[in-house]
Write a protein that binds this ligand. Structure first.
Ligand code: SF4
Length: 316
């Protein structure tokens, strides 16, 4: 019941352009070595006390949902303490992971409302792609034992993962988990012919009943490699970098640091508000999050995002 309430509250926030969601890189470190990664950074992790102070302030601003990622967030020794503290503040909390440490970090996994598991291909191909021997077997074991946990599979269709990525749909069916396919950016970029073939096949798998959660509109856009929408991401969310910085994603300019300066001076600055206004004319991102959130009031996107909100983990 609470999750349905949060979903409706989220729609209200979207309509009112009142941000409620935090996309938070809590580390630039990772146990993997993916050739496509753009997020690794040598800097030390921000101390947990600073992060919790930020969430206390964010709560006062009306934020109530967050997703922790990196790097690999489970690599932090204090991840369980952090998840529990953020959850106790009343946040709906998710985490994106490569899955290697899932069964070793159950104390952090238990309170999460959802997990996003990155699985780009299957078998030892995944181990090679991430530079983590034994990874795929660990993921299969975790999917088998975390039956009660809401897990969403995220699969990037890249030069490194195609055509093996198509088999992830079968994995989703076997473990009854939704799969989101993503159009690649940067190093793993596929050419137009491959994109048409790959996303055409994914669309067919969706029609065949595989648990593929992308909207048909997204998959059709991916087939032609062109995504047209008016970005709403900045109306509903902020993205906090591993050092606490907030960046103008159109120009790459850093607009402030919410962990050092606090949230208020950054998101209430004229520069930040100008950035939010300019974001409405942007449709550069090819990920399903930016695309589907821009179309949130269409039926298929609403159903897809709604499914993410249903089911919530509680903590004593
Ligand atoms: S579509 Fe543009 S404004 Fe929106 S998140 Fe992507 S880069 Fe930023």
């Amino acid at each position: 019941m609470r999750s349905i309430f949060l979903f409706i509250k989220g729609l209200f926030h979207v309509a009112m352009k009142k941000p409620f969601f935090i996309s938070h890189l809590i580390t630039g470190r990772c146990n993997g070595r993916c050739p496509t990664c753009r997020w690794l950074s040598p800097q030390a992790d921000v101390p947990i006390e600073q992060i919790i102070r930020f969430y206390e302030e964010a709560k006062g601003f009306g934020f109530y949902s967050t997703t922790l990622w990196g790097g690999e967030p489970l690599i932090r020794d204090d991840i369980a303490e952090m998840v529990i503290a953020i959850k106790r503040l009343g946040f709906r909390i998710g985490l994106i992971t490569n899955g290697y440490l899932l069964l070793e970090k159950l104390e952090a996994i238990h309170p999460l409302d959802f997990l996003i598991l990155s699985i780009d291909t299957v078998g030892t191909d995944l181990d090679h792609l991430r530079g983590l021997p034994g990874l795929y077997d660990r993921i299969i074991e975790a999917l088998g034992s975390l039956k009660q946990k809401k897990i969403i599979i995220n699969t990037v269709v890249s030069n490194y993962s195609y055509p093996g990525c198509l088999q992830v749909a079968e994995l989703g069916r076997r473990f009854r988990r939704p799969v989101y396919y993503e159009y690649p950016i940067g190093k793993g970029l596929i050419d137009r012919t491959t994109a048409k073939e790959a996303f055409g096949k994914i669309l067919k798998l969706k029609y065949l009943g595989y648990p593929i959660s992308n909207s048909r509109a997204y998959l059709r856009s991916a087939m032609v490699g062109y995504f047209y929408y008016r970005c709403r991401a900045k109306d509903i969310s902020i993205t906090v970098g591993a050092d606490g910085s907030i960046t103008n994603c159109i120009t790459g300019k850093k607009l402030g640091n919410v962990l050092r300066e606090g949230l208020k001076p950054v998101i209430e600055s004229d520069e930040y508000q100008k950035f939010v206004d300019s974001s409405h004319h942007c449709h550069r991102c090819t990920d399903s999050g930016a695309f589907e959130s821009a179309r949130i009031f269409s039926l298929d996107s609403m159903l897809n995002v709604g499914r993410l909100f249903i089911s919530q983990q509680t903590i004593a």
